[in-house]
Design a protein around this ligand. Structure first.
Ligand SMILES: O=C(O)/C=C/C(=O)CC(=O)CC(=O)O
Ligand SMILES: [Ca+2]
Ligand SMILES: [Mg+2]
Length: 410
């Protein structure tokens, strides 16, 4: 095979055949959104490939949609069949002539939000993050609230403001109370922050009244994306008592364009940290298969790496989050998105938010251009990347989620 063949993807490419993440793309020549599967530096037009190889109607139909929701709805057995088909098309000699022309260079595509977000929930699953921000928001009180080790705390976010990587983020305005003031004022957030998180993309509907136990989680988690939960800390600190985050976080949540299938993360599975508080049976994972994920993340501000958050340090697993989210009988819809909460590790340079990195803004970080940041300035660009161990020592790439801050609007 010549090295300029679209099939000549190096063995250790993080987007090799062991990964095959799903997205939705358009090209200048064909602006209709359609499902793409990343393979090396190219994107397979998956629906066109299915038709070109004469795939079964189920596979062809699911891949010919303009977004991932029908595939998400189809459930785990269909996900397995579709992934097997894609693997065969990209590795089988007999498909090269049909599939090769449908591998579009990444540089020629625009990537859209890959699925319509049904409900969006954000958890708070890092003990390190919870302790760090608890100290800042509730100085003098126990940093962990009494419920923290008994259940994965979460809140419902705003599905309609989940945006794809690259979308600009306008600095939000809102009520905030400056230190020392009694009354709030209105204006642009002065403490705009980021939260490096992992998003879990849900498929397979459940009815109201049913629950997804921990051992059913893999039937409903289709895959993962990188997620940035942009946060206006001044708005948040004033508004959150007692119902939790609201407008301080609902203006934008950015996700990476590629949804990495859970199947591609088999080698990333790892035991979560030891539990030191007994758990109710529906959350007790002492005898469960390991559902921590060893995903290495990087948080970059204007091109400079400021932190390396380790997902393996997360206290609560995605199976516990999903079990808790449905234990009251709340139904799931294809396209539900739940996020892990800020990924922070134990080290000062492994935290997933500026508020932690800068100790509430008191110790600004220095950037190579000589400037410093306590919180984000207009024009700043934040990029979060991630990768996980794959088979045979290769990495599974999660790609990146990027966003640039635009000035507040009058
Ligand atoms: O402890 C608090 O009051 C604040 C928590 C958060 O910032 C909420 C959040 O988005 C959870 C997270 O990302 O871990
Ligand atoms: Ca968050
Ligand atoms: Mg948000």
């Amino acid at each position: 095979m010549s090295t300029d063949s679209p099939f000549a993807v190096p063995y250790d490419d993080p987007f090799g055949v062991h990964n095959l993440p799903y997205g939705v793309f358009r090209t200048a020549g064909r602006p209709q959104p359609r499902i793409g599967v990343r393979f090396g530096g190219r994107v397979l037009d998956a629906g066109a490939a299915a038709r070109a190889v004469g795939a079964p109607a189920e596979v062809s139909g699911l891949l010919s949609a303009p977004l991932l929701n029908p595939l998400l709805a189809a459930g785990r057995p269909a996900w397995t069949r579709v992934r097997a088909a894609l693997t065969e098309w990209l590795t089988g000699e007999q498909h090269r002539a049909a599939v090769g022309p449908l591998l579009v260079p990444l540089a020629d595509v625009a990537l859209d939000l890959p699925f319509e977000v049904a409900d969006y929930v954000d958890f708070y699953a890092s003990e390190h993050h919870a302790v760090n921000v608890g100290r800042i928001f509730r100085a003098g009180a126990d940093p962990l609230t009494p419920n923290w080790k008994h259940l994965p705390i979460g809140y419902h976010g705003r599905a309609g403001t989940v945006v794809v990587s690259g979308s600009p983020v306008v600095r939000p305005c809102g009520q905030r109370r400056a230190g020392g003031e009694d009354a709030p004022s209105y204006g642009p957030s002065l403490r705009l922050d980021v939260e490096a998180e992992l998003g879990f993309v849900v498929g397979g509907a459940t009815g109201r009244g049913s629950r997804v136990a921990m051992d059913g989680a893999d039937e409903h988690v289709f895959g993962v994306c990188l997620l940035n939960d942009w946060s206006a800390r001044d708005v948040q600190a004033w508004e959150y008592v007692p119902l939790g985050p609201f407008l301080g976080k609902s203006f934008a949540t950015s996700v990476s364009p590629w949804v990495v299938p859970l199947d591609a993360l088999a080698h990333a599975r790892t035991a979560p940290p030891p539990r030191d508080t007994p758990l109710l049976p529906y959350l007790d994972d002492a005898a469960a298969p390991p559902r921590g994920l060893d995903i290495a993340m990087e948080l970059r501000l204007n091109g400079h790496t400021v932190s390396r958050p380790p997902f393996a340090a997360m206290y609560w697993t995605y199976a516990q989050m999903l079990a808790h989210m449905t234990v009251n009988g709340a139904s799931l819809r294809p396209g539900d998105l739940f996020a892990s909460g800020t990924v922070s590790g134990p080290e000062p340079d492994s935290v997933g938010a500026l508020i932690e990195l800068t100790h509430g803004g008191q110790r600004p970080v220095a950037l190579p251009d000589g400037s410093t940041r306590a919180f984000l300035e207009d024009g700043d660009e934040v990029v979060i990347t991630g990768s996980a161990p794959g088979p045979g020592g290769v990495r599974v790439g999660l790609g990146e989620v990027a966003g640039r801050v635009e000035p507040a609007r009058d």
